[in-house]
Design a protein around this ligand. Structure first.
Ligand SMILES: Nc1ncnc2c1ncn2[C@@H]1O[C@H](COP(=O)(O)OP(=O)(O)OP(=O)(O)O)[C@@H](O)[C@H]1O
Ligand SMILES: O=P(O)(O)OC[C@H]1O[C@H](OP(=O)(O)OP(=O)(O)O)[C@H](O)[C@@H]1O
Length: 223
């Protein structure tokens, strides 16, 4: 049995067409939407539904043989024990810094300054501001980051941006783009040795299903 870890919502939705191109259908049952282990039309492949941030952990420890995870989640996790053979080019967005429109960001990030920052992406943010020589007082949040500058919890946030509509709806402006994000296929390194043939078949099927314009993008990270 091969176990594929996906997260409900945009990753599952965006992965379905790639699976379909490989002849794989996820047989989730609308009558039982809370079932976490879901069969596919392939008797030896099942899907486990986990939180997006837990996909790398499931695959690292062998709770799943492979999974689909955002590059943001992979960087925060660290990528230990994970082989990352493919950028699937799905769930595209970017990690950016955003502030209130009346906040003087340029002044706040001058060399040696201190910035009050709220984010779920603490590793990405720490590395980015360390590279700029800016001291950061970091508040870790798990969602609704946009609220932090509006309530005085922080001066700036580091969050995902796609259309920009969430920032606009909360009168925030994107002041720096840190990196582009898409989702990658990740594989447990030990499983790749023990279940080489079936896993290679699935990796090759994903590779064949990725649209050409997705592979052209420089979003891939290495193990
Ligand atoms: N607005 C967006 N547009 C495109 N891709 C996005 C967007 N937001 C998130 N993503 C990508 O999709 C992945 C999964 O996002 P999702 O919103 O399903 O989970 P999450 O709420 O970020 O994670 P968790 O539930 O574990 O806290 C993210 O890791 C990111 O790579
Ligand atoms: O630029 P936009 O197109 O508005 O997308 C950006 C939003 O998308 C993500 O949230 P999501 O929709 O996943 O909700 P969440 O807060 O539950 O993660 C992210 O955290 C932003 O809030």
């Amino acid at each position: 049995m091969i176990t594929l870890a996906l997260s409900k919502g945009r990753i599952l939705d965006a992965t379905r067409p790639l699976l379909a191109a490989a002849g794989i259908a996820v047989l989730d049952d609308p009558e039982h939407p809370r079932k976490l282990i879901v069969p596919t039309n392939q008797p030896h492949l099942r899907v486990v539904l986990v939180r997006a941030s837990d996909v790398p952990t499931y695959v690292q420890y062998g709770g799943a043989d492979l999974g689909v995870a955002g590059k943001d989640q992979l960087i925060e996790h660290g990528g230990q024990g994970l082989y990352q053979p493919l950028d699937l080019g799905i769930a595209r967005c970017r990690v950016s810094v955003a502030v209130r429109h009346d906040f003087d960001y340029a002044q706040a990030v001058r060399q040696g300054a201190r910035l009050k920052l709220a984010t779920k992406y603490t590793s990405i943010a720490r590395d980015f501001f360390a590279g700029k020589g800016v001291h950061v007082d970091m508040v870790k949040l798990y969602g609704s980051m946009e609220l932090a500058p509006l309530t005085g919890l922080a001066d700036a946030i580091v969050d995902l941006v796609s259309t920009g509509s969430t920032l606009r709806a909360n009168q925030l402006v994107e002041v720096e783009r840190i990196m582009d994000i898409s989702s990658l296929l990740v594989v447990n390194q030990a499983a790749l040795k023990l279940k080489q043939a079936p896993l290679r078949r699935i990796i090759d099927a994903f590779a064949a299903a990725i649209p050409a314009e997705a592979t052209a993008a420089p979003n891939r990270i290495t193990a």
